[in-house]
Design a protein around this ligand. Structure first.
Ligand SMILES: C[S@@+](CC[C@H](N)C(=O)[O-])C[C@H]1O[C@@H](n2cnc3c(N)ncnc32)[C@H](O)[C@@H]1O
Length: 212
């Protein structure tokens, strides 16, 4: 099953937004009201809705059209819009909102580990181009030390397949990539106990990178 089909089927059964993630709760106090945030891979929209309810202007992108339609139908507030699309190809987006906005924040939770490295690189290019100076890239993703990496079918030294594809992240490598792209790392951590969900306690990386 390809990943888009996996997530389409997943959100068909889990369409309603759940509580905000612990990463979103960690990030919110660092945000300034009325600024613009784009979420890359919003899933059921829980973190985007949480930010919008706290007076951030949110554009939320996900590849699952049906879930985006459902979220737009149920969230008609002025400060949040859900857009269907591939967040790794925003350079070619047809969305006028995305084309015409420079963002204060780019937020990605548990989505960078779902794309291959070529897509990561072009997403980083887009982020560098579309974040305002002093804007921040806010990232949480599974790390190479995550026990999940030992499960399923190994595809490479960083990739595996369980119920779907994942590429586990090397904190030093993504840090270097951001620094080489004109970002200052203002916060970074790699640990478990940060993103516990049921019996899954992943090792994750968190990064806050400021665009210089
Ligand atoms: C693990 S879920 C995380 C959802 C949400 N960020 C959260 O933390 O609840 C990964 C999400 O990324 C989306 N996604 C993965 N690759 C994508 C891509 N290239 N373009 C748009 N969405 C993508 C999936 O459809 C799915 O909703």
């Amino acid at each position: 099953m390809d990943d888009k089909k996996y997530w389409t089927e997943y959100y068909a059964k889990n369409s309603k937004p759940t509580d905000a993630s612990s990463f979103a709760e960690f990030i919110l106090p660092k945000l300034t009201e009325d600024k613009n945030l784009i979420e890359l891979g919003c899933g059921n929209g829980r973190d985007s809705i949480y930010f919008a309810q706290n007076n951030i202007n949110v554009t939320a992108v996900d590849q699952v059209q049906e879930e985006v339609d459902y979220l737009n139908e149920n969230h008609k507030e002025d400060n949040i819009h859900f857009i269907a699309g591939d967040f790794t190809d925003l350079k070619n987006t047809t969305s006028e909102e995305i084309k015409n906005t420079d963002f204060d924040y780019v937020y990605s939770r548990f989505t960078f580990h779902s794309i291959n490295e070529a897509k990561e690189d072009r997403t980083l290019d887009w982020i560098e181009e579309h974040l305002k100076t002093d804007g921040c890239f806010l990232l949480e993703a599974r790390s190479l030390n995550d026990p999940m990496f030992k499960q399923g079918e190994a595809l490479s030294e960083t990739e595996n397949f369980t119920t779907h594809y994942r590429r586990y992240m090397d904190l030093d490598k993504i840090t270097q990539k951001l620094e080489s792209r004109n970002f200052e790392i203002i916060y970074k951590i790699e640990d478990n106990d940060l993103a516990v969900y049921k019996d899954d306690n992943p090792y994750v990386i968190r990064i806050i990178a400021r665009k210089l």
